[in-house]
Design a protein around this ligand. Sequence first.
Ligand code: PGA
Length: 253
Amino acid sequence: MRTQIAAANWKMNLTFQQGEKLLDDILAAEINLKDHQKTIFAVPYPYLTMTRSEVAEEKNYYAAAQNCYHKKSGAYTGEVSVEMLHSLNINYCVVGHSERREYFLETNAILADKVNLCLESFIIPIFCCGEALAIREAGTQNEFVTIQLQESLFQLTAEQIKGIVIAYEPIWAIGTGKTATTAQAQEMHAHLRSVIASKYGVAIANQVPILYGGSVKANNAKELFNCPDVDGGLVGGASLVAADFIEIIRSLK
Ligand code: PGA
C-alpha cells in the first residue's frame, strides 16, 4: 500500500499555547498509525521545535514547515532556509501552496528551486498544485496542473520524485466549504499520476502519495480518501479542531 497521509496545515492561525493544546488533544486520542500511514503537522516556523518534541515519541507523526526560502543562505532578512529546517530535524516542508503562489507571487520556477533545495537537505517537499475556478470552468485544469508539475518537478531524478509528496488543491475548494466531488478528485489524481508516469514510468508514479486538499472535513474525509488515487489529505480549517482532525486521521486507508 502506498503511504497514506493526514497533513494539517495550520496556516497563520493559533497562538503557541493554543497550538500546543491542540497537539496535546490530538495525541491524547492515541491513534496508532499503521506502517503505511503518517500524520504531519505543518505549523508556523516558531512552533516547529515544540511540534517536533510533541511528536518525538509517536510513531509516524511528524512536524513540517509551511514554506522555505528558495535560496540556500545569505542576506534575505526574515526568510528561513531549508538548511535551517534540517538543523531542527524537520522532515517535511509544504512547497507551493496556492496562497504562496497568489499572495507572494511564487512561480513554478521558484518552486522548482525550493523542491531541489529541500531534497538536497533531506527534507520531503509536499508539493501543492491546483487550478483556480476560472480554469476549471474553462475545462483546462488538466493542462494547467500538467504544466505546474512539468515546470517544478520534472528536473528531478526518478529516485527523487519517488520520495516526494504531491497535494492537489483546487483553489476553488480551499477554505470555501466547497469540496471537490470524489469523482473530480479521483479523476484529477489519476491524471497527476499519469503525468508522472509519462516521464518516470508507471512503477515510479504508483509510489508517489497524492493528497487531496480543499475543504476536507471530518464528514467527507473517508469518502475522499477511499478513492484509489487519493492518498490522504492536506487539511486547513478542520485541522484546527482536535475532534475533527482526529476523525480525519482515522479516515486514512
Ligand atoms: P481548507 O484548506 O481545508 O481550509 O480548505 C486546505 C489548504 O489550504 O491546505
